[in-house]
Ligand binder design. Sequence first.
Ligand code: C5P
Length: 397
Amino acid sequence: MLTGKRILLIIGGGISAYKSLDLIRKLRERDAAVIPVLTGAATEFVTPLSVAALSSSKVYGELFDLTDEAEMGHIQLSRSADLVVVAPATADLMAKMVHGFANDLASTLLLATDTPVLVAPAMNVRMWEHAATQRNIATLADDGVAFVGPNEGDMACGEFGPGRMAEPLEIVAAVEAELLDGPLKGKRVLITSGPTHEPIDPVRFIANRSSGAQGTAIANALSALGADVVFVTGPADVAPPSGVEVIAVQTAQQMLEAVQTALPADVAIFAAAVADWSVEGASDRKLKKTKDGLPTLTFAENPDILAHVSQLKTGRPELVVGFAAETNDVEANATAKLKRKGCDWIVANDVSPETGIMGGSENDVAIISQAGVDEWPRMSKDMVSRKLAQRVAEAIA
Ligand code: C5P
């Protein structure tokens, strides 16, 4: 619950402003006070009357409003909340924030506030991907602004891609993460993520198709619940999470060493797609074509990091979670893996090419533990991560 929390909600002028009406309801259901501010453009998309009715609050809109200034000046309004939420945050509004413009009430409040700011961007995919917007996002993040979304999907303008405003419940979760001590506060969680690269010679390596998306999403979800996250990552495609300790490695051996250095931890989640084999006697010079035929690679077995940590006699984390990426007999293989490795849970998924899971944005998982099999419906990797983080919190609370 958000009882006693005051949220200054700035609604920008975009089609997703309609979702902000639902956001107000969801915040009110959690007992937060919502003080709404509409930009001029926002009033073209939602009416001040609906916003007032749902928030049970006065709606602010004009910078030079004599009544407002008499009752509560805009400086005071900017500081009266525990959190400022901008949803939807248009490209224009974020550009104003970056440059410190203050030519309407919303931008003035954002410049004058001394409370944390959470932004939910929403715009056309090309506008989102434009170098100017990406520069602005990076600057705002550097300034300490927190972000939720945007999500990828069909857009009101008929295009597809990132730019959809985060769903109201996702924004509520981000608000809670900003305002509440999460259930994992004080817990240290170690996560491995991404592929490993096993060198053949200085320029060639053996790798796999893991993007690191699932591990990164899990790190974000756990950190949103207040955990101190140590993120050990191989060379992934996706950027590592912000606000967590990141240790970058290349090989399985380096990953094991990084994990050993990062322990002890309360929870360890092994989402990395660790190569099973390294190339024995990898050459320190580039292999050349010769007339004597093709080179022969001999493999050596890599350390099994999950099994190693699961079977530690001292200093074993209270909860150890492994992943099973299978292409057939998923449940049976994952159950056997749970026993073989000695971990507490296996998150099992089917990575057959036709599922589009490896490298994709969705996942279809079952959680296998001593208690049995819990099958989850197909959902975004972000949603899987949030559910998993919640389950971790319940298990070790
Ligand atoms: O044995 P398999 O590779 O299918 O097991 C997958 C699980 O084990 C994943 O959680 C993965 O991160 C972990 N693993 C590991 N070290 C290895 C191989 C797998 O930690 N060398």
